[in-house]
Design a protein around this ligand. Sequence first.
Ligand code: SF4
Ligand code: MG
Length: 283
Amino acid sequence: MATFKEFRNNVKPNWCPGCGDFSIQAAIQRAAANVGLEPEQLAVISGIGCSGRISGYINAYGFHGIHGRVLPIAQGVKLANRELTVIASGGDGDGFAIGMGHTVHAIRRNLNVTYIVMDNQIYGLTKGQTSPRSAEGFKTKSTPEGSIESTLSPLEIAMSAGATFVAQSFSSDLKQLTSLIEQGIKHEGFSLINVFSPCVTFNKINTYDWFKENIVSLEQFPEYDPSNRVLAMNKIMETNGMLTGLIYQNTTRKSYEDLVTGFKHEGLAKQDMMITPEEFDKL
Ligand code: SF4
Ligand code: MG
């Protein structure tokens, strides 16, 4: 069985020292090892942004896609080879701005893909512009007088789009994050894990200390029931979206793969890779 070190490759991440994305990479590697995967059983698909580099840093199949298109690629990979565990990863700008249409429809489609968003509430790679996750009043070069748009709540959107797995974590909480990624991988359906990942270079508001002061961990509510959709939505709204932990999981709804007749057991992945035109006609 592979150890988490076997999910490392020899490429040195070039994130800024202190960037939250380092911990997210470590958590993915640990979770992959903990659920018993081998590197050749995992595909990491990423978008554009600082976070998008992650697919090049993990010893697994990888695809560094284009801006906002992480999920179409990830779903395509899963459809082509359902034996793979597919992790999609990108930033808040990638997934919740240009890619939001794909995010909503991937959520309601419910393919067995784990989507990890590295949410630093800013555009980091392009040197610090306001993102859909930035707070109202947030000042950057793109909003020098402060953002006048409301902040997007990905958790509320995911819940209303019919998500079957919604979780949130903080890059500093490696134990919780690793456990949530493991649960997301095991979940039969689409799992959204939004991760607060501080951008130490450009976001001087949402710092490690700011997150520590503002996060509300579900560990404070031992009676919390993550299968209760109404409760989950209420809790997200009550905490202004700062809730961390497993917020919602629906284990009764079938995944996309399970609803397509014959898809799971009779498809291409279990057949020889060389398919003749005659064989193709019989598929
Ligand atoms: Fe991380 Fe921000 Fe540096 Fe990008 S610019 S690597 S998000 S700290
Ligand atoms: Mg960002």
